[in-house]
Design a protein around this ligand. Sequence first.
Ligand SMILES: *Cc1c(COP(=O)(O)O)cnc(C)c1O
Length: 406
Amino acid sequence: MSIDIPFSPPRMDQKIIDEVIDTLKSGWITTGPKTKLFEKRLTAYAGHKATLCTSSGSAGLELMLKWFGVGEGDEVIVPAYTYSATANVVVHSGAKPVMVDVNDDFNIAVDGIKKAITTRTKVIIPVDLAGFPCDYDAINALVNDASVAALFKPATAEQQELGRILVLADAAHSIGAHYKGRRSGNLTDISVFSFHAVKNMTTAEGGAVCLNLPDPFDNEQTYRDLCIKALHGQTKDALTKTQIGNWQYDVLEAGYKYNMTDIQASMGLVELERYDRDMLQRRKEIFDHYTKAFSAYPWAQLPAYETADKTSSYHVYLLRIHHIDEETRNRIMQSIFSRGVAVNVHFIPLPMLSYYKNKAYRIEDYPIAYDNFSREISLPVYYDLDEEKVKRVIKAVVGSVEENMS
Ligand SMILES: *Cc1c(COP(=O)(O)O)cnc(C)c1O
């Protein structure tokens, strides 16, 4: 049998196609008016202070590590349970990723962060896994705690100005999620969204840096500085240079090439406009349907996605099966695939991947990450997954679990 329920195809309808064609015909296809408009709308949507759109979420994270002056000899705290991008960008910066185990809810454990902080710690990158926000009150309080701030050794102007560890949220999954009435993007110093093809909101590839820096930072000024840093350190962008008599420019630093194009932004503008009432609504219905169905089975461990303080963006449905090992999980997944349904695992913990394993990270040091991973199966969630298909997914999962557990 072939796969007839894919895992997460993008939602590409006529409205998006029309908007992309409009850009293609406009005579301006790289960073321009649509990217600037998308940035303004993202700022208004999430409620932070300024937005820089980037070529990817990874580029956004990497840019902000460079902006903060993170490098050789520094440490950056990341969860052991995440996609490799979270730690790879730290490696690119020259700093050392310091991994911390997670909670039962898949997010980084704050007591683990506390133990991992040293005089070399410059940044913490919490990840809102599957779209469920981390414990931001506790994380923000921790970096502001006088005894923790006293350990911080500022080495650049930005580090001096902040005077403590930077919280750089990897919000790749969590656009539209809420924590205590505020949206992801507005929960800590800086948050980075991803608009990769499999994410809730997609521009094929793309990302956004949400600036929410405290006083005395001028977030608008930081935005302007970042525009230059993300475009080869050039003092004028391509559009500005096309204006009459405006061809001259200077290069202030050896910057990066991380800008978003107006083709990408045109997709994002359509998706953002209808995101809450349409995309999030549909994803929530699918989550609720799965939860209602699986709560009838004692083997099913259901994910937390709505609590008193938090509402997920319903990015990935992380089903776990009680009392199974990794091999049984893998067999169950094969049975589900053989029923024509694509499933996935989010994620293989970083210490189990060759690059990090070879750097002497040991999965034994992250027992909750391993336990979560070994029993987890991610189910399809996407806009066009209709009720009939949701029922087929449930039937395939129930049949496959019962076949492999007896
Ligand atoms: C997708 C993802 C990223 C990277 O986003 P890109 O836009 O693909 O660069 C970072 N972190 C996590 C947890 C992700 O899932």
